[in-house]
Design a binder for this molecule. Structure first.
Ligand code: B12
Ligand code: SF4
Ligand code: SF4
Length: 264
């Protein structure tokens, strides 16, 4: 037990101040059977000054799947413990777990809102074999229910809870679209992802900028015009470190065409 207390303190000290985390006994039976006993959930802020392209904020910075895993490795590798890390592609319901650990509250816009960083945070997890003392807080009351996110959504996807099927974030990455879905996509101005419900949220408007170096400024340079001339091979080579790349260039070209048609 003494050793685990020491490890808990080491972990506490290893987390940089801009990453918030919580711990709980591992609730997932598959990993429990493999000997994992503690689940650590952390939030990684990515609020940075305004961007100018037609991609959502998370798509304009280096791929968070890589960066979050590297941030977690920088914390856990030096501790010499066996661990597994996840983000997004995860067996856990990330927002719900983060809320349960008091890292924030799920707002009306369906996203985890945190006190300091608003909803511009990614969520990542680590599983450890050691049993560590639980770190639990109360869920903070952050969402005022003001409804600004609901009104800002161009496809009314927050009117009755969250409707995935009409959300622009979903439609901009869906491989084939029905004519109705195409018309829905044209209600927005985005080539990939959507931030409108987050940008109007008063909690997120006051967000502290990220302390994570890789997320401090948008580095993506890609326009509708540039997309038209790119081949899949060039696209893969130039944009492999962005979260949208895995879906291929054709989806983006389709989105650009739909936005162009709307402008005619
Ligand atoms: C699949 C997925 C998506 C899909 C579909 C989401 C869905 N609900 O099906 C799409 C493509 C739409 C999507 C979009 C986005 N995503 Co996403 N997504 C995920 C992923 C991989 C799984 C989420 C999921 O399917 N959960 C299961 C469903 C059932 O849960 P849920 O969405 O919370 O739904 C609950 C509520 O909506 C509610 N509900 C649903 N319908 C109704 C109806 C009524 C009437 C009521 C009352 C309630 C209600 O009940 C559900 C169960 O609790 C997670 C990562 C993970 N592994 O958890 C990231 C994740 C949630 N996404 C993330 C991000 C950043 C986004 C975007 C902001 C990206 C962008 N800029 O475009 C948008 C935000 C859209 C929005 N307003 O929610 C982050 C969120 C971080 C945060 N601060 O919360 C996550 C956690 C990834 C990460 N590791 O950081 N996403
Ligand atoms: S991400 Fe965009 S389309 Fe989806 S719910 Fe938010 S504002 Fe609506
Ligand atoms: S805009 Fe208002 S209702 Fe929507 S999540 Fe933020 S505080 Fe909650």
């Amino acid at each position: 037990m003494e050793m685990n207390q020491t490890l808990a303190r080491q972990i506490e000290n290893a987390f940089p101040k801009w990453i918030r985390y919580g711990m709980m006994p591992n609730p997932n039976t598959k990993y429990y059977k493999l000997g994992y006993r503690t689940l650590i959930v952390a939030v990684f802020p990515y609020s940075y000054p305004q961007k100018t392209n037609a991609f959502s904020k998370y798509a304009s910075i280096p791929d968070y799947h890589r960066v979050v895993k590297e941030e977690l490795a920088a914390i856990f590798d030096p501790l010499g413990v066996e661990y597994l890390s996840f983000t997004d592609i995860s067996p856990f319901p990330e927002k719900q777990l983060a809320q349960e650990l008091g890292l924030g509250q799920i707002g009306k816009h369906n996203l985890l809102l945190t006190k300091d960083y608003g909803s511009f945070v990614f969520i990542g997890e680590v599983l450890l074999k050691e049993e560590l003392p639980e770190k639990k807080y109360q869920i903070p009351e952050l969402c005022t229910g003001c409804g600004a996110c609901v009104s800002a959504c161009p496809t009314n996807s927050l009117e009755y809870g969250f409707c995935k099927g009409s959300c622009l974030s979903f439609l901009t990455q869906k491989k084939t679209l029905t004519p109705e879905e195409e018309a829905m996509l044209q209600k927005g101005d985005t080539l990939w992802g959507c931030d409108l419900c987050q940008l109007v949220c008063p909690v997120t408007k006051n967000a502290v900028l990220t302390g994570i170096e890789a997320f401090q400024k948008p580095v993506l340079e890609l326009t509708k015009e540039k997309l038209k001339t790119l081949t899949q091979e060039e696209f893969q080579e130039i944009y492999h470190d962005f979260a949208f790349c895995y879906k291929g260039i054709e989806i983006l070209k389709r989105n650009a065409r739909l936005l162009d048609e709307k402008e005619i």
